[in-house]
Design a protein around this ligand. Structure first.
Ligand SMILES: [Zn+2]
Length: 187
C-alpha cells in the first residue's frame, strides 16, 4: 500500500507485527509527527521518554528501537537516510500556534492526529526528520531539516500497531523549512 499524506493533514493505518513501513519525505525538509498505539492493549502506546531512557540518547538512530509506556519495543528503526529525528518536542497544537505565533484556527498535528485516530489523547510524537540541535548548556534550537527529496526512514513493527502520521503544519519556522509539503508512506 502506498499512501500520500497531503500537506497539513494526517493518516492512520494498522501495521501487523513483523511488517515494515517506509516513510518518505517527497520534496525534502518536511517533518512527520509519528505516533503509535498497541492495537491489542488499549493502555499501551508510544513513549518518547521511555525511548530516550532505554536508548540512552535524545536522538533516534538506525538499529535503535521505539518503546512504549510499558518499556516494551514497538518498532525498530531499520533504516534512516538522515541522522536527526526529534524526540523532545510535542505535536504542534492550537495552544502552540496561539502561544508562539498568535494565530488561531491554524491546521495542526495534534488536531489532525486526534481526528484521524478518533482519540482524545495523543502521546507526544516522534518528529521524524526534525532537526533539533542541543547546545552544551541545554538550550535547544530547531534548524531546517537536513532531508532532501526522497529521504526516508524504514520501521519494522515489533507488535500489532495502530499508527498515526501527520505532515507537520508549521510554516512559520525553520521546522519544515518555512513551507509545508506532502509525505508518502509505503506499508
Ligand atoms: Zn506539527
Amino acid at each position: 500500500m502506498r499512501e500520500r499524506i497531503e500537506a497539513q493533514t494526517a493518516i492512520a493505518f494498522n501495521l501487523t507485527k513483523g511488517k515494515s513501513l517506509k516513510l518518505i519525505d517527497i520534496y525534502g525538509k518536511q517533518v512527520a509527527d509519528f505516533v503509535c498505539f498497541s492495537s491489542v492493549d488499549d493502555g499501551e502506546q508510544l513513549s518518547t521518554k521511555a525511548t530516550i531512557d532505554l536508548n540512552g540518547t535524545i536522538r533516534l538512530s538506525e538499529g535503535q528501537q521505539v518503546f512504549s509506556n510499558r518499556y516494551e519495543p514497538l518498532l525498530t528503526l531499520v533504516q534512516s537516510s538522515v541522522q536527526y529525528h526529534d524526540l523532545i518536542h510535542p505535536a504542534c497544537s492550537p495552544a502552540m500556534f496561539q502561544n508562539l505565533y498568535k494565530k488561531k484556527d491554524h491546521p495542526n498535528c495534534l488536531d489532525n492526529l486526534k481526528g484521524i485516530l478518533e482519540r482524545d489523547r495523543i502521546p507526544d510524537p516522534i518528529n521524524f526528520f526534525m532537526n533539533t540541535h542541543m547546545e552544551p548548556d541545554g538550550k535547544i534550537k530547531v534548524n531546517e531539516p537536513l532531508t532532501g527529496p526522497g529521504d526516508s526512514v524504514e520501521l519494522h513493527a515489533e507488535k500489532n500497531l495502530i499508527i498515526g502520521i501527520a505532515a507537520c503544519s508549521v510554516e512559520e519556522s525553520p521546522c519544515n523549512g518555512f513551507r509545508c509539503t506532502d509525505l508518502e508512506v509505503i506499508y
